[in-house]
Design a protein around this ligand. Sequence first.
Ligand code: UDP
Length: 234
Amino acid sequence: MEKKEALYEGKAKIVYSTDDEDLIIQYFKDDATAFNALKKGTIIGKGVVNNEVSSKLFELLKENGIPTHFVKILSEREMLCLSLEIIPIEVVMRNVVAGSLSKRTGLAEGYVLKRPVLEYYLKDDDLGDPLINCSHIEVLELVEKDTLDKVSGYAQKINGILKTYFDKRDLTLVDFKLEFGLHKGVVYLGDEISPDTCRLWDKETGAKMDKDRFRRDLGNVEEAYKEVLKRVCG
Ligand code: UDP
């Protein structure tokens, strides 16, 4: 399997084609952005952590019957994946109030939700990824109805699996973002699952162990990412 040209460079990853048209390589960078790229920086070693944490969590999900794009880890920063046609929707699952949900509803950060909340955001940087609902998704023809049903079912199942897994490692899964895509008409979970895309709070102290340390200038960012790696993969 041979790595070929860069197909796409995003904020945190580069996607390369391979000599197999069904497969791509995700390369994880140390670059960090927040607030729709208004804030930029570097978190040293983040790419390695995110690649290893994502690989471990994709394997866990696969074992639990969730189809994911993950094929295998190739190196410290590279993962071999199925090539997906990404659905332009960011799926957010929440167990505890934080971030934009607190701003939107007035509920205090840390309020434990009675049941998980599922949200959809339109994947569009120029529009700032606005919150959308099923009716918008239908009118914008972002995805077929049966595919959206599958996506929402997987998102809820994934939340259950990850919540339990993190809980055993003394981390509260506050919220997280997922992206899905299609390969030959089949829905797969894509992208990554890492401290960049999840809010993880230490169960004992409530300390933030995720990208909020970078977003909010809380310090010890690298240390938090390394601790998550240790707890998830150690
Ligand atoms: N998230 C993400 N990418 C985005 C927006 C959000 O990975 O472009 C994740 C974020 O890390 C958090 C969850 O989705 O775990 C919910 O984020 P929220 O809507 O609270 O937005 P924020 O306050 O982080 O901008």
